[in-house]
Design a protein around this ligand. Structure first.
Ligand SMILES: [Zn+2]
Length: 405
Protein backbone atom coordinates (compact mmCIF):
# COMPACT_ATOMS: atom_id res chain seq x y z
CA UNK A 1 0.00 0.00 0.00
CA UNK A 2 2.85 2.38 0.82
CA UNK A 3 4.19 2.01 -2.71
CA UNK A 4 1.03 3.57 -4.13
CA UNK A 5 1.44 6.73 -2.05
CA UNK A 6 2.42 9.89 -3.81
CA UNK A 7 3.88 13.24 -2.79
CA UNK A 8 4.73 14.19 0.76
CA UNK A 9 2.60 11.39 2.07
CA UNK A 10 5.10 8.74 1.08
CA UNK A 11 7.69 10.15 3.44
CA UNK A 12 5.40 10.05 6.39
CA UNK A 13 4.70 6.40 6.75
CA UNK A 14 6.56 4.06 9.00
CA UNK A 15 5.19 1.70 11.52
CA UNK A 16 6.44 3.34 14.70
CA UNK A 17 5.86 6.76 13.33
CA UNK A 18 2.17 6.08 12.70
CA UNK A 19 1.90 4.33 16.05
CA UNK A 20 3.30 7.33 17.92
CA UNK A 21 1.30 9.81 15.85
CA UNK A 22 -1.88 7.91 16.61
CA UNK A 23 -1.06 7.84 20.34
CA UNK A 24 -0.67 11.59 20.34
CA UNK A 25 -3.97 11.91 18.49
CA UNK A 26 -5.84 9.63 20.86
CA UNK A 27 -4.16 10.39 24.20
CA UNK A 28 -2.72 13.87 23.64
CA UNK A 29 -1.65 16.02 25.38
CA UNK A 30 0.84 13.30 26.28
CA UNK A 31 4.51 13.24 27.30
CA UNK A 32 7.29 11.36 25.50
CA UNK A 33 7.75 9.11 28.55
CA UNK A 34 4.08 8.13 28.54
CA UNK A 35 4.21 7.35 24.83
CA UNK A 36 7.25 5.12 25.38
CA UNK A 37 5.40 3.27 28.11
CA UNK A 38 2.12 2.85 26.21
CA UNK A 39 3.81 1.89 22.92
CA UNK A 40 6.46 -0.36 24.50
CA UNK A 41 9.20 1.56 22.67
CA UNK A 42 12.52 2.73 24.07
CA UNK A 43 12.72 6.41 25.09
CA UNK A 44 15.42 7.19 22.44
CA UNK A 45 13.21 5.72 19.67
CA UNK A 46 10.31 7.85 20.82
CA UNK A 47 12.51 10.95 21.06
CA UNK A 48 13.82 10.44 17.51
CA UNK A 49 10.44 9.92 15.97
CA UNK A 50 8.88 12.79 17.92
CA UNK A 51 11.68 15.03 16.63
CA UNK A 52 10.79 14.01 13.08
CA UNK A 53 7.11 14.70 13.73
CA UNK A 54 7.97 18.09 15.22
CA UNK A 55 10.12 18.86 12.17
CA UNK A 56 7.27 17.95 9.86
CA UNK A 57 4.99 20.10 12.03
CA UNK A 58 2.57 17.21 12.47
CA UNK A 59 2.78 17.54 16.26
CA UNK A 60 3.54 20.42 18.55
CA UNK A 61 4.78 20.90 22.07
CA UNK A 62 2.33 22.42 24.47
CA UNK A 63 2.08 22.99 28.17
CA UNK A 64 4.05 21.20 30.87
CA UNK A 65 2.67 18.06 32.49
CA UNK A 66 2.75 17.26 36.20
CA UNK A 67 6.20 16.43 37.52
CA UNK A 68 6.93 13.17 39.29
CA UNK A 69 10.04 14.39 40.94
CA UNK A 70 12.41 15.86 38.23
CA UNK A 71 11.73 18.24 35.41
CA UNK A 72 8.16 18.76 34.29
CA UNK A 73 7.58 16.89 31.01
CA UNK A 74 6.50 18.83 27.90
CA UNK A 75 3.22 17.53 26.51
CA UNK A 76 2.65 16.80 22.83
CA UNK A 77 -0.50 17.37 20.80
CA UNK A 78 -1.42 17.08 17.11
CA UNK A 79 -0.68 20.27 15.21
CA UNK A 80 -4.02 20.15 13.47
CA UNK A 81 -3.60 23.31 11.39
CA UNK A 82 -0.31 22.12 9.92
CA UNK A 83 -1.69 20.02 7.08
CA UNK A 84 -4.83 19.84 5.02
CA UNK A 85 -7.02 17.30 3.27
CA UNK A 86 -9.67 17.43 0.60
CA UNK A 87 -12.92 15.72 1.59
CA UNK A 88 -15.24 15.19 -1.37
CA UNK A 89 -18.87 14.10 -1.20
CA UNK A 90 -20.10 13.03 -4.62
CA UNK A 91 -23.83 13.03 -3.87
CA UNK A 92 -26.90 12.19 -5.89
CA UNK A 93 -27.55 15.78 -6.91
CA UNK A 94 -24.44 17.75 -6.10
CA UNK A 95 -20.72 17.50 -5.52
CA UNK A 96 -19.36 19.06 -2.34
CA UNK A 97 -15.67 19.66 -1.98
CA UNK A 98 -14.16 20.71 1.34
CA UNK A 99 -10.72 21.49 2.59
CA UNK A 100 -10.24 20.25 6.15
CA UNK A 101 -7.50 20.30 8.76
CA UNK A 102 -6.08 17.25 10.55
CA UNK A 103 -9.14 17.12 12.83
CA UNK A 104 -11.41 17.03 9.77
CA UNK A 105 -12.76 20.50 10.64
CA UNK A 106 -14.08 22.00 7.42
CA UNK A 107 -12.15 25.15 6.47
CA UNK A 108 -13.86 25.87 3.18
CA UNK A 109 -16.62 24.21 1.22
CA UNK A 110 -17.61 24.38 -2.45
CA UNK A 111 -20.83 22.89 -3.75
CA UNK A 112 -21.84 22.37 -7.36
CA UNK A 113 -25.14 21.08 -8.64
CA UNK A 114 -24.85 18.20 -11.05
CA UNK A 115 -26.56 18.85 -14.40
CA UNK A 116 -28.97 16.31 -15.85
CA UNK A 117 -27.53 13.49 -17.95
CA UNK A 118 -23.83 14.25 -17.46
CA UNK A 119 -21.06 11.93 -18.62
CA UNK A 120 -18.29 10.54 -16.42
CA UNK A 121 -15.81 12.87 -18.15
CA UNK A 122 -18.00 15.83 -17.20
CA UNK A 123 -18.24 14.60 -13.63
CA UNK A 124 -14.47 14.26 -13.31
CA UNK A 125 -13.91 17.66 -14.93
CA UNK A 126 -16.26 19.23 -12.40
CA UNK A 127 -14.43 17.62 -9.48
CA UNK A 128 -11.02 18.62 -10.85
CA UNK A 129 -12.07 22.21 -11.51
CA UNK A 130 -13.52 22.62 -8.05
CA UNK A 131 -10.41 21.22 -6.38
CA UNK A 132 -8.35 23.61 -8.48
CA UNK A 133 -10.58 26.54 -7.43
CA UNK A 134 -10.00 25.75 -3.77
CA UNK A 135 -6.25 25.48 -4.40
CA UNK A 136 -6.31 28.86 -6.16
CA UNK A 137 -8.36 30.56 -3.47
CA UNK A 138 -6.96 29.16 -0.22
CA UNK A 139 -3.54 30.28 0.98
CA UNK A 140 -2.41 26.70 1.56
CA UNK A 141 0.84 25.43 0.00
CA UNK A 142 0.39 22.20 -1.96
CA UNK A 143 3.14 20.55 0.09
CA UNK A 144 0.82 20.81 3.11
CA UNK A 145 -1.98 18.85 1.46
CA UNK A 146 -1.99 15.18 2.35
CA UNK A 147 -4.55 13.85 -0.05
CA UNK A 148 -8.04 13.72 -1.49
CA UNK A 149 -10.66 11.45 0.09
CA UNK A 150 -13.86 10.78 -1.83
CA UNK A 151 -17.20 9.42 -0.62
CA UNK A 152 -19.08 8.07 -3.63
CA UNK A 153 -22.48 6.39 -3.78
CA UNK A 154 -22.95 2.95 -5.28
CA UNK A 155 -20.45 0.14 -5.68
CA UNK A 156 -16.86 1.27 -5.17
CA UNK A 157 -13.62 -0.62 -5.64
CA UNK A 158 -11.76 1.09 -2.78
CA UNK A 159 -8.44 -0.55 -3.61
CA UNK A 160 -8.34 0.71 -7.18
CA UNK A 161 -10.33 3.86 -6.44
CA UNK A 162 -12.95 3.12 -9.08
CA UNK A 163 -16.67 3.90 -8.89
CA UNK A 164 -17.72 0.55 -10.32
CA UNK A 165 -21.40 1.41 -10.58
CA UNK A 166 -23.17 4.64 -9.61
CA UNK A 167 -26.92 3.93 -9.90
CA UNK A 168 -28.05 7.54 -9.33
CA UNK A 169 -26.07 8.61 -12.39
CA UNK A 170 -26.46 5.45 -14.45
CA UNK A 171 -22.66 5.54 -14.86
CA UNK A 172 -20.09 2.82 -14.36
CA UNK A 173 -16.34 2.36 -14.22
CA UNK A 174 -15.37 5.91 -13.23
CA UNK A 175 -11.63 5.78 -12.57
CA UNK A 176 -11.57 8.50 -9.95
CA UNK A 177 -8.26 7.76 -8.24
CA UNK A 178 -6.32 7.35 -11.46
CA UNK A 179 -7.75 10.51 -13.03
CA UNK A 180 -7.21 12.71 -10.00
CA UNK A 181 -3.71 11.40 -9.30
CA UNK A 182 -2.83 12.28 -12.90
CA UNK A 183 -4.01 15.83 -12.30
CA UNK A 184 -2.79 16.53 -8.75
CA UNK A 185 0.29 15.48 -6.76
CA UNK A 186 -1.85 14.02 -3.96
CA UNK A 187 -2.85 10.59 -2.73
CA UNK A 188 -6.46 9.81 -3.60
CA UNK A 189 -8.73 7.39 -1.73
CA UNK A 190 -12.23 6.53 -2.89
CA UNK A 191 -14.80 4.81 -0.71
CA UNK A 192 -18.52 4.09 -0.77
CA UNK A 193 -20.34 7.03 0.88
CA UNK A 194 -21.94 4.98 3.67
CA UNK A 195 -18.54 3.52 4.57
CA UNK A 196 -16.91 6.95 4.50
CA UNK A 197 -19.65 8.19 6.82
CA UNK A 198 -19.12 5.20 9.13
CA UNK A 199 -15.40 5.94 9.32
CA UNK A 200 -16.11 9.61 10.05
CA UNK A 201 -18.46 8.62 12.87
CA UNK A 202 -15.88 6.15 14.22
CA UNK A 203 -13.20 8.84 14.44
CA UNK A 204 -15.16 11.99 15.20
CA UNK A 205 -18.79 11.11 15.90
CA UNK A 206 -20.92 8.64 17.79
CA UNK A 207 -18.66 5.71 16.95
CA UNK A 208 -15.69 6.90 19.03
CA UNK A 209 -14.39 4.28 21.46
CA UNK A 210 -16.53 1.63 19.74
CA UNK A 211 -15.34 -1.51 17.98
CA UNK A 212 -18.47 -2.82 16.26
CA UNK A 213 -20.68 -0.16 14.77
CA UNK A 214 -23.00 0.06 11.81
CA UNK A 215 -23.72 3.39 10.19
CA UNK A 216 -26.73 3.49 7.89
CA UNK A 217 -26.96 6.20 5.27
CA UNK A 218 -30.55 6.83 4.23
CA UNK A 219 -31.12 9.07 1.24
CA UNK A 220 -32.33 8.14 -2.22
CA UNK A 221 -30.52 4.86 -1.60
CA UNK A 222 -29.99 3.03 1.68
CA UNK A 223 -26.48 1.77 2.43
CA UNK A 224 -24.59 0.76 5.55
CA UNK A 225 -20.95 1.07 6.54
CA UNK A 226 -19.99 -1.80 8.81
CA UNK A 227 -17.13 -1.41 11.31
CA UNK A 228 -15.97 -4.67 12.86
CA UNK A 229 -13.18 -4.72 15.41
CA UNK A 230 -12.56 -1.02 14.72
CA UNK A 231 -12.02 -1.61 10.96
CA UNK A 232 -14.21 -1.01 7.95
CA UNK A 233 -15.57 -4.27 6.63
CA UNK A 234 -15.82 -4.44 2.82
CA UNK A 235 -16.65 -8.07 2.20
CA UNK A 236 -15.07 -10.16 -0.52
CA UNK A 237 -16.38 -8.07 -3.42
CA UNK A 238 -17.04 -4.77 -1.74
CA UNK A 239 -20.80 -5.14 -1.36
CA UNK A 240 -20.94 -5.72 2.41
CA UNK A 241 -23.46 -3.34 3.93
CA UNK A 242 -25.70 -2.98 0.88
CA UNK A 243 -28.80 -3.33 3.03
CA UNK A 244 -30.77 -1.11 0.66
CA UNK A 245 -30.88 -4.11 -1.66
CA UNK A 246 -32.00 -6.67 0.88
CA UNK A 247 -35.38 -7.78 -0.37
CA UNK A 248 -38.20 -7.22 2.08
CA UNK A 249 -41.26 -7.30 -0.21
CA UNK A 250 -41.45 -10.07 -2.79
CA UNK A 251 -44.22 -8.26 -4.64
CA UNK A 252 -42.65 -4.85 -4.31
CA UNK A 253 -41.57 -2.19 -6.75
CA UNK A 254 -38.66 -2.53 -9.11
CA UNK A 255 -35.38 -1.24 -7.70
CA UNK A 256 -32.46 0.46 -9.47
CA UNK A 257 -30.59 -2.85 -9.08
CA UNK A 258 -33.17 -4.68 -11.19
CA UNK A 259 -34.71 -6.71 -8.36
CA UNK A 260 -38.12 -6.10 -6.82
CA UNK A 261 -39.03 -4.98 -3.32
CA UNK A 262 -35.60 -3.98 -2.04
CA UNK A 263 -35.51 -2.05 1.25
CA UNK A 264 -34.67 1.20 -0.52
CA UNK A 265 -37.77 1.00 -2.70
CA UNK A 266 -39.87 1.30 0.48
CA UNK A 267 -37.57 3.31 2.76
CA UNK A 268 -35.56 5.59 0.45
CA UNK A 269 -36.37 9.29 0.13
CA UNK A 270 -37.99 8.89 -3.29
CA UNK A 271 -40.66 6.67 -1.79
CA UNK A 272 -41.51 9.34 0.79
CA UNK A 273 -42.35 11.88 -1.90
CA UNK A 274 -44.02 9.27 -4.14
CA UNK A 275 -46.35 8.22 -1.30
CA UNK A 276 -47.36 11.80 -0.61
CA UNK A 277 -48.06 12.41 -4.32
CA UNK A 278 -50.13 9.21 -4.51
CA UNK A 279 -52.23 10.17 -1.49
CA UNK A 280 -52.81 13.69 -2.81
CA UNK A 281 -53.92 12.29 -6.18
CA UNK A 282 -56.42 10.12 -4.29
CA UNK A 283 -57.91 13.27 -2.81
CA UNK A 284 -56.20 13.31 0.57
CA UNK A 285 -56.05 16.76 2.16
CA UNK A 286 -52.65 17.83 3.43
CA UNK A 287 -50.80 21.03 4.24
CA UNK A 288 -48.07 19.87 1.83
CA UNK A 289 -50.27 20.94 -1.11
CA UNK A 290 -50.15 24.54 0.18
CA UNK A 291 -46.46 24.39 1.01
CA UNK A 292 -45.66 23.55 -2.63
CA UNK A 293 -48.40 25.81 -4.02
CA UNK A 294 -50.06 22.85 -5.66
CA UNK A 295 -46.94 21.84 -7.62
CA UNK A 296 -46.22 18.22 -6.77
CA UNK A 297 -42.78 18.41 -8.43
CA UNK A 298 -41.69 20.62 -5.56
CA UNK A 299 -42.39 18.03 -2.88
CA UNK A 300 -39.19 17.01 -1.14
CA UNK A 301 -38.35 15.07 1.99
CA UNK A 302 -37.61 18.37 3.76
CA UNK A 303 -41.07 19.71 2.94
CA UNK A 304 -42.71 16.52 4.19
CA UNK A 305 -40.69 16.89 7.40
CA UNK A 306 -41.69 20.53 7.71
CA UNK A 307 -45.36 19.58 7.36
CA UNK A 308 -44.91 16.84 9.98
CA UNK A 309 -43.46 19.32 12.49
CA UNK A 310 -46.56 21.45 11.92
CA UNK A 311 -48.77 18.49 12.78
CA UNK A 312 -49.83 17.39 9.29
CA UNK A 313 -51.32 13.88 9.66
CA UNK A 314 -50.32 12.63 6.17
CA UNK A 315 -46.72 13.83 6.54
CA UNK A 316 -46.42 12.14 9.93
CA UNK A 317 -47.99 8.94 8.63
CA UNK A 318 -45.64 8.73 5.63
CA UNK A 319 -42.51 9.37 7.71
CA UNK A 320 -43.60 6.85 10.32
CA UNK A 321 -44.21 4.24 7.66
CA UNK A 322 -40.71 4.87 6.30
CA UNK A 323 -39.40 4.48 9.85
CA UNK A 324 -41.17 1.16 10.26
CA UNK A 325 -39.63 -0.21 7.07
CA UNK A 326 -36.22 1.02 8.15
CA UNK A 327 -36.88 -0.63 11.52
CA UNK A 328 -37.41 -3.97 9.75
CA UNK A 329 -34.21 -3.45 7.73
CA UNK A 330 -32.26 -2.56 10.86
CA UNK A 331 -33.66 -5.48 12.84
CA UNK A 332 -32.34 -7.79 10.11
CA UNK A 333 -29.02 -6.00 10.20
CA UNK A 334 -28.78 -6.21 13.99
CA UNK A 335 -29.51 -9.93 13.82
CA UNK A 336 -26.76 -10.39 11.18
CA UNK A 337 -24.02 -8.18 12.56
CA UNK A 338 -24.94 -7.67 16.24
CA UNK A 339 -23.29 -4.22 16.55
CA UNK A 340 -22.86 -2.20 19.74
CA UNK A 341 -24.52 0.77 18.13
CA UNK A 342 -26.36 1.77 14.97
CA UNK A 343 -25.87 5.31 13.68
CA UNK A 344 -28.32 6.72 11.16
CA UNK A 345 -27.22 9.42 8.73
CA UNK A 346 -28.21 10.83 5.36
CA UNK A 347 -31.06 13.14 4.34
CA UNK A 348 -33.90 10.96 5.62
CA UNK A 349 -32.36 10.78 9.10
CA UNK A 350 -32.89 14.52 9.43
CA UNK A 351 -36.62 13.84 9.83
CA UNK A 352 -35.61 13.12 13.46
CA UNK A 353 -38.07 11.47 15.80
CA UNK A 354 -40.70 10.88 13.08
CA UNK A 355 -38.35 8.30 11.61
CA UNK A 356 -36.29 7.32 14.66
CA UNK A 357 -39.15 6.48 17.03
CA UNK A 358 -40.76 3.85 14.77
CA UNK A 359 -37.31 2.41 13.98
CA UNK A 360 -36.58 1.99 17.68
CA UNK A 361 -40.01 0.56 18.34
CA UNK A 362 -39.65 -2.12 15.68
CA UNK A 363 -36.14 -3.06 16.82
CA UNK A 364 -37.29 -3.19 20.47
CA UNK A 365 -40.07 -5.56 19.52
CA UNK A 366 -38.38 -7.73 16.96
CA UNK A 367 -34.62 -8.14 17.39
CA UNK A 368 -33.60 -11.61 18.45
CA UNK A 369 -32.55 -11.29 22.08
CA UNK A 370 -33.32 -8.90 24.94
CA UNK A 371 -29.90 -7.34 24.64
CA UNK A 372 -30.10 -7.02 20.86
CA UNK A 373 -33.43 -5.22 21.29
CA UNK A 374 -31.70 -2.54 23.33
CA UNK A 375 -29.03 -1.87 20.68
CA UNK A 376 -28.41 1.85 20.79
CA UNK A 377 -29.78 3.66 17.71
CA UNK A 378 -28.75 7.27 17.29
CA UNK A 379 -28.77 9.90 14.55
CA UNK A 380 -25.40 10.83 13.02
CA UNK A 381 -23.39 13.29 15.09
CA UNK A 382 -21.71 14.73 12.01
CA UNK A 383 -24.97 15.67 10.28
CA UNK A 384 -24.91 17.15 6.81
CA UNK A 385 -21.12 17.21 6.61
CA UNK A 386 -20.83 13.55 7.61
CA UNK A 387 -19.75 12.18 4.25
CA UNK A 388 -17.24 15.01 3.75
CA UNK A 389 -15.70 14.45 7.17
CA UNK A 390 -15.69 10.71 6.50
CA UNK A 391 -14.02 11.23 3.12
CA UNK A 392 -11.27 13.32 4.76
CA UNK A 393 -10.91 10.60 7.40
CA UNK A 394 -9.99 8.11 4.64
CA UNK A 395 -6.74 10.05 4.29
CA UNK A 396 -6.32 10.55 8.04
CA UNK A 397 -6.70 6.80 8.55
CA UNK A 398 -3.77 6.28 6.18
CA UNK A 399 -1.64 8.83 8.00
CA UNK A 400 -2.38 7.80 11.57
CA UNK A 401 -3.23 4.19 11.34
CA UNK A 402 -0.24 2.00 12.00
CA UNK A 403 -2.26 -1.16 11.44
CA UNK A 404 -3.05 -0.38 7.81
CA UNK A 405 0.24 -0.98 6.03
ZN1 LIG B 1 -32.20 -3.16 -5.15
Amino acid sequence: MVASMTGSFQLMKSLNRSLILNMIRVYGPISRAEIAKKASLTPPTVTNIVNELLNDELVKEGKMGASKGGRKPILLTINKESHFIFGVDVGAQEVRIALTNLSADVICLKRSKLPKGFTKEELMTMIKENIQHVLDEEPVPQSKILGIGIGMHGIVDHEKGIAVYAPNYGLSDIRMKEELEKEFPFTVKVENDARALALGELWFGHGQEKQNVVCVNVGIGVGAGIILGGRLYHGEHGIAGEIGHTIIDLNGRRCSCGNYGCLQTVAGSTRITDRVIEEISLGRKTMITELVEGNSDWITGEIVHQAATQGDPLAKEVLEQTGRYLGIGLTNLINFVNPEKVIIGGGVSRAGEYILDPIKEIVQNRALTDRARTTEIVPSKLGEKGTIIGAATLILAELFDYQIS
